[in-house]
Design a protein around this ligand. Structure first.
Ligand code: DON
Length: 566
């Protein structure tokens, strides 16, 4: 365990580092380079904690766990212990694995729980307030990862987060702005004043201390997984549920279990792609998109050129149609993974793509799978000095989840239930259409787009990537891979590059401001594409292994994301 004196020095150096990071707002074109090990995450303090863990002898998995707990303290809009996520792991001996610690529907959940008597969706029911919460998986996930791969004690990995919860952390400009926009919602969904509420406007540099969260983390530190799923914290969660119409019960919490799943793998221009299996759609969709890209010389066509964007949009509308039809929790439905990854199946679908005009989404449906066959998020990338790599994407779903902080326990709950198709055929908050495969059922996991991904080349680690962004996660990861592999960009440049996104419905290409020249926009419109200019897509946290073995970080300037290493 960290002694408190040693930890005082450690946290002091974190605070010093944090102020340096804050002062230095300029984003270098090339990302930070480190010799041995690196963490890229949504917050400089969380990345610094991960790096410190590795300097103290921890491996990449230890660092990722410590970073995850730290994000629960300093990045409450998405970092969490009340949510869930996925981890993809590749050890330096080449072995790969992935962990599903996605939330589950409570036992009392049922298919029509968000519909009124007329069968219509009740506004905000699946996104705001107690009833939107699935059973959290994050704490169980961290313990499962640690049990299999950890080297330091869990107490050591949690300690830095307890210290920051007790001593406080300071607000960045982006965090300040976000908190000030959420005050009304916090007030509406909490009957007490959470540490994130203030009767004046938050200001940059204000300090937030979280004594209740510190106690909860201490409980987990002392009692392990059961310190969250049983005992006082479980009582606090269930008491909070009873204030609203929440369904999560003691039995739901006690019985929650993360699941080790076989990662989804595929090839792209000699690279091996290792990504997340269902209940995330990320791995399958990413590999379907890459299969459709491989036959075309997109590096000759150019980054964000008309032809490249047209191809990407046409592939994306078809892949998201498959997502809506076939994907869901594999413990509840038969997901036709092999067929969806079959190159002949995808080729047949992509053969219909015309380069002369866009196909309206109304004419696109999922492919035909033979019936006789089985049927505000955040990302952490870590590489340690021995070449072990972890990609974790974790979420509360919306920013600050369902906006409810568990009274006495100090953490926000997820609103992951909205990732189910509350009414099959109707869009969720990300505009995603879901089908029967993703209908609500007790204990089922909701479909996700999270795409934590590791890439190797000639059996050597090359990239660790991932991002938040709801439905845009898959296409942000896709574009980042293309930026490095096809367009020859460095990691930071690939992350900085402007993004576009198509998801079948709505039938439009979402375009980040300044992503496309006016000529390209006009040409795409002439091909029949609808364009919608949007603010920011994604907040990537990536690491690239350079040819000489050093590591280049790619931390998204769209957020406070920071890559640090040594
Ligand atoms: O699992 C999913 O696909 C969503 N719950 C992710 C939400 C998300 O990325 C929100 N962040 N911007």
């Amino acid at each position: 365990m960290f002694s408190s004196k040693c930890f005082f020095i450690f946290s002091f150096s974190l605070f010093t580092l944090y102020s340096c990071v804050n002062r230095n707002q300029q984003i270098p074109l090339r990302g930070i380079i480190s010799e041995k090990a690196m963490v890229s995450s949504a917050h400089p303090l969380a990345s610094a904690i991960g790096v410190e863990i590795m300097k103290n002898g921890g491996n990449a998995i230890d660092a990722a766990i410590a970073t995850h707990f730290a994000l629960a303290v300093v990045y409450p809009q998405a970092g969490n212990i009340g949510g869930g996520g996925f981890a993809v792991i590749r050890l330096n001996n080449g072995s790969i694995n992935s962990l599903d610690f996605r939330e589950k529907a409570p036992a009392l959940a049922h298919r029509d729980m968000y519909l009124n008597a007329d069968g219509q969706l009740i506004d905000l029911k699946s996104t705001h307030g107690h009833m939107a919460s699935g059973v959290p998986g994050a704490v169980d996930g961290m313990f499962a990862l640690h049990q299999k791969y950890g080297t330091l004690t869990m107490a050591e990995l949690i300690e830095p987060s307890i210290e920051i919860a007790q001593r406080g952390y300071t607000l960045t400009p982006l965090a300040t702005k976000l908190l000030n926009t959420k005050q009304e919602e916090f007030q509406k969904y909490n009957r007490w004043s959470t540490p994130y509420q203030s009767d004046h406007n938050w200001e940059v540099g204000d300090t937030i201390t979280q004594p209740d969260l510190a106690k909860t983390l201490e409980n987990i530190q002392t009692n392990g997984r059961n310190g969250f799923y049983e005992g006082i914290v479980a009582d606090q969660i269930v008491a909070e549920m009873q204030i609203g119409e929440g369904l999560v019960s003691h039995a739901d919490l006690k019985n929650y279990q993360s699941v080790w799943r076989k990662p989804i793998t595929g090839k792209y221009r000699g690279h091996q792609i290792i990504s997340m299996a269902p209940p995330s759609s990320g791995g399958i969709a990413l590999i379907q998109l890459l299969q459709g890209t491989e036959d075309y010389p997109i590096s000759d066509w150019g980054h964000n050129s008309t032809k490249t964007i047209h191809l990407m949009a046409e592939l994306e509308r078809r892949v998201y149609a498959d997502r809506a039809t076939f994907l869901g929790d594999p413990d509840y439905i038969d997901v036709p993974i092999d067929q969806l990854l079959d190159s002949a199946y995808n080729q047949k679908r992509y053969d219909e793509i015309s380069f002369l005009k866009a196909t309206p989404s109304v004419l696109v449906s999922s492919g035909k799978i033979p019936p006789s066959e089985s049927p505000e998020t955040t990302h952490i990338s870590v590489v340690d000095a021995n070449g072990n790599a972890v990609a974790i994407t974790t979420t509360l779903n919306s920013s600050f989840g369902n906006k409810v902080m568990v009274k006495g326990a100090g953490f926000f709950l997820n609103n992951e239930m909205d990732d189910f198709s509350s009414k099959p055929g109707s869009p969720n908050q990300f505009g995603l259409i879901g089908g029967e495969a993703n209908a609500i059922a007790p204990h089922k996991r909701m479909l996700s787009s999270m795409t934590p991904t590791i890439v190797t080349y000639k059996d050597k680690l090359k990239m660790v990537v991932g991002t938040p962004g709801g439905s845009t996660i898959i296409t942000s990861v896709y574009q980042t891979l293309l930026n490095v592999i096809d367009h020859g960009m460095g990691m930071q440049e690939a992350v900085n590059a402007k993004r576009v996104h198509h998801q079948w419905y709505p039938d439009e290409i979402r375009v980040e401001t300044d992503a496309l020249t006016e000529n390209v926009q006009n040409d795409l419109e002439k091909l029949g594409h609808q364009l919608r200019i949007t603010d920011k897509i994604g907040r990537m946290d990536c690491i690239l292994v350079l040819p000489d073995g050093r590591l280049e970080g790619g931390a998204d300037p769209r957020g406070d994301n920071t890559a640090l290493g040594y």
